[in-house]
Ligand binder design. Structure first.
Ligand code: PHE
Length: 443
């Protein structure tokens, strides 16, 4: 007889773990600068509108599939009587695998930056020198690989302990720590002389910047940030008991994720402005602009390392949620959790190697004008994710139909206006909006 499938200890445990999945590198470095580039508060309002309609609906749809199926992302569709839709699970798992491979590379850099900033490696350097040091580090063939390996080992370590004793327990410890560090950074940033200008940049709306492209950016960011379409929320949902209020849980997860993104904006942009640096530096913001800010700010010797610890925590609880769906597929077929986790960990590390080397010695190998890491990022975020999200919305809205409605109301809540709205969004609003991002992304 098979051992019974694992379960979360508590609903709060599930919410914290799922919020841990959602809160990641996307919230902390990507969200603040995208907001800055796309009209500040105007973008924020648009983002909030999307997240709490389409984002929340698709997230709930994924959790509902998982909870109804009570099995991994590959078997869930068959368990619900729609074997043909298994391809949706397969796409989600493929995305999880690909993202995990390069997410680990970048997360490895954050470990290096915890150490470098604690060590005072940037003190007295100007932005040019910090930039040179970053480029020197990521283009080195060995060092980033070592940190990437360390990060993969950390992820494997959490996942092999299991759902409740590994993922849930670690998330319950790390997420509050993440929150405290973030609040401390916000307090520091807002009390710097000259912080108001950054606050104005982040929070004053410039509606003239809102157009179709900005809309697409907001939708894409919402999907990535909420971990939708990667089998992660589906798998986490499958460890829930019947009778958990998943509608409400989804609401909390989305709110927490959004709150962290906004707080990250408040922590980063005022500080960047206070030191007269460029807030639109994009990816370089995290590894070049911010170390420059920290080495110049009072208390930076503490806030600098704290910031990179924050990023590391955010990345770890996310990478765990990318590994678990893959592990679950094997565990549900009778394989042992420990060997499976280690095996998949090794394979994702190996797939990450070309991503890491593409920053240095393999920089010249390009496909469609992109290096390996950028190519994987582009393929997953701009093409595969929208396809996967689209299929989830269609599956739950049109194929599962009443069964899906039952899945969210089985706790005895009355099927009310929110339920109708949910199905309406899944059937019409989400597919149309997602098709629009997809077409736009391909152009
Ligand atoms: N949501 C995470 C972030 O914002 C990324 C992620 C995607 C994590 C998919 C897990 C699964 O960085």
């Amino acid at each position: 007889m098979d051992a019974p499938r694992e379960k979360w200890h508590s609903r709060i445990g599930f919410i914290v773990a799922a919020a841990g999945s959602a809160v990641g590198l996307g919230n902390i470095w990507k969200f603040p600068y995208i907001t800055g580039e796309n009209g500040g508060a105007a973008f924020l309002l648009l983002y909030l509108a999307i997240v709490f309609t389409i984002g929340l609906s698709v997230l709930l749809a994924e959790v509902a599939i998982g909870r109804a199926g009570q099995t991994d992302a590959l078997s869930a569709f068959k368990a619900l009587g729609h074997k043909g839709w298994t391809v949706v699970g397969a796409i989600g798992l493929t995305i999880a695998f690909l993202i995990l491979s390069f997410y680990s590379v970048i997360a490895g850099w954050t470990i290096a930056y915890v150490i470098k900033s604690a060590d005072g490696a940037f003190s007295g350097l100007d932005i040019g020198a910090v930039g040179d040091s970053f480029v020197g580090f990521i283009s080195d063939p060995w060092q980033p690989l070592i940190y990437q390996a360390v990060f993969v080992v950390l992820t494997v370590f959490v996942v092999l302990k299991g759902v409740a004793s590994g993922i849930e327990r670690v998330s319950k410890i790390l997420m509050p720590v993440l929150f405290l560090i973030l609040l401390a950074l916000v307090a520091r940033s807002l009390t710097l002389p000259g912080a108001e200008e950054g606050l104005r940049f982040f929070l004053s709306p410039d509606f003239s910047k809102i157009d179709g492209t900005v809309f697409m950016a907001a939708l894409g960011q919402a999907f990535f940030s909420l971990s939708i379409g990667m089998a992660a929320m589906l798998t986490y949902g499958s460890y829930l008991d019947r009778g958990t209020r998943i509608g409400r849980s989804a609401w909390y997860i989305v709110s927490l994720d959004t709150m962290v993104a906004v707080l990250a904006g408040l922590a980063i942009l005022p500080a960047v402005f206070a030191f007269g640096l460029d807030p639109e530096a994009g990816p370089a913001l995290t590894f070049i602009t911010l170390p420059t800010v920290f080495q110049a700010m009072p208390g930076g010797a503490i806030f600098g390392p704290a910031f990179f610890v924050l990023l590391l925590i955010a990345a770890l609880t996310s990478s765990v949620s990318l590994l678990e769906p893959l592990v679950a597929v094997f565990c549900d077929r009778g394989f042992g959790r420990v060997p499976t986790t280690i095996g998949i960990g090794v394979v994702t590390f190996l797939l990450g190697v070309p991503s890491s080397l593409s920053q240095g010695i393999w920089a010249d190998y390009k496909l469609f004008g992109m290096g390996f890491l950028d190519l994987l990022d582009f393929l997953t975020a701009n093409i595969m994710l929208p396809i996967s999200g689209l299929m989830v919305a269609i599956f739950v809205g049109w194929v599962m139909g009443p069964r899906a409605a039952n899945e969210v109301t089985m706790d005895g809540e009355h099927p009310g206006i929110l339920l109708t709205l949910w199905i309406f969004i899944l059937r019409f609003v989400a597919p149309i909006a997602i098709l629009a991002i997809l077409i736009n992304g391909l152009m």
